[in-house]
Design a protein around this ligand. Structure first.
Ligand code: DAH
Length: 344
């Protein structure tokens, strides 16, 4: 008799273990069957009187474990179903609840200025070209007609790769001119933005890496007047300037060479300060591509002429946004960078 009752309880216990209610309805069935007021475990307690005295204790423990197993399983399943319902799986998704806020990024001021310059030149048919930041001495200097003893070659200005006299970090974007001219035939009309490196002491006005944009136009009959008109167009689009001036200058890779100033006037406090009271602001270096540079790159200098120009980006960003320290552009401090979203 006792053995049969023990088996009956064990069967119930096993059944509890095997039950797997999936829905709130099934869980409710489980509750009614094993926990509710008419559950099937309760009558088994009454059977204790039919169990031999020495087995009563063991029987009591067994039947209690069935009761506890039912309660534990019910609680665990209930919690599981409730959290699934919270997650919307059970159809309780609240479509009107506000979403998680999305943080909007902002463009770096250098990128903003760079994109503006690229856009201005793309409108008159220039295409973007790129070159490597690790450059050879030939492209960076030799092809660009920079003599061996030119001060720009001095180890103090140039970062050479460790143990190398041939490989360096480009000191300007001008080597992209040579890369394009050695690989393409005229007409060439490119704009080459990118990062450049110089071994300089870091201060509020200079940094050892910064950005430049290079421009190059090579074709039959390109003249200094074309250069001037192109730069005038740029200055008026970029700064709203109505006047530019070209001052004679020297660069190894151009002949003649010039520096371009734009006229911003002295009417506002900002333009007065920027131009040191003269109204004129220096923007870039330029000139007619030296015939020797064309020849170095395999272009017939009797047939073709070209103009080139190069300008720094950071200084323009500082001017445009009234930033006083160039280092703040490179510190990746979001408190400094975030406000530029509004200016795109
Ligand atoms: N490469 C010069 C620099 O880094 C800038 C420059 C001047 C580029 C005259 C040119 C140019 O293409 O024609 O200072």
């Amino acid at each position: 008799m006792s053995a049969a009752i023990f088996d009956q309880v064990r069967t119930v216990l096993k059944a509890i273990e095997q039950e797997a209610p999936q829905t709130p309805e099934e869980l409710e069935q489980f509750r009614i069957r094993y926990i509710g007021s008419k559950n099937i475990i309760k009558p088994l307690f009454d059977e204790i009187k039919n169990v031999a005295n020495e087995q009563k204790r063991e029987f009591g423990q067994l039947i209690n474990s069935a009761k506890q197993a039912a309660e534990a399983k019910f609680n665990a399943l209930k919690e599981q179903l409730e959290s699934a319902a919270d997650a919307g799986v059970a159809g309780n998704l609240d479509l009107t609840a506000p979403g998680e806020p999305i943080e909007l990024g902002s463009r770096h001021p250098v990128s903003i200025v760079l994109n503006r310059i690229i856009n201005i030149f793309e409108r008159i048919g220039f295409v973007v070209a790129e070159g490597p930041e690790i450059e050879t001495d030939w492209f960076n200097f030799t092809a660009m007609n920079t003599p061996e003893d030119h001060p720009a070659r001095d180890m103090q200005d140039t970062f050479y790769l460790k143990g190398s006299t041939e490989m360096l970090l480009r000191t300007h974007t001008s080597p992209v001119q040579a890369r394009i001219m050695t690989s393409q035939k005229p007409p060439i009309r490119v704009i080459a933005p990118g990062r450049v490196y110089r071994n300089e002491t870091i201060s509020s006005r200079s940094h050892c890496q910064f950005h430049q944009v290079e421009g190059l136009y090579v074709d039959e009959g390109v003249s200094f007047a074309d250069l001037r008109q192109t730069l005038y167009y740029f200055a008026s689009e970029m700064f709203g300037a109505t006047k530019i001036r070209l001052r004679p200058s020297y660069f190894p890779f151009t002949e003649p060479s010039a520096e371009m100033d734009v006229f911003l006037g002295t009417e506002t406090e900002q333009t007065y300060r920027l131009t040191k009271g003269t109204g004129w602001l220096e923007i870039l270096g330029c000139g007619m591509v030296d015939p020797q540079v064309l020849e170095n790159c395999g272009i017939d200098s009797k047939k073709y002429t070209g103009f080139a120009f190069g300008m720094g980006i950071e200084r323009q960003a500082l001017r445009l946004y009234g930033i006083s320290d160039i280092r703040s552009l490179f510190e990746n401090d979001v408190r400094f960078l975030r406000p530029f979203t509004a200016v795109v």
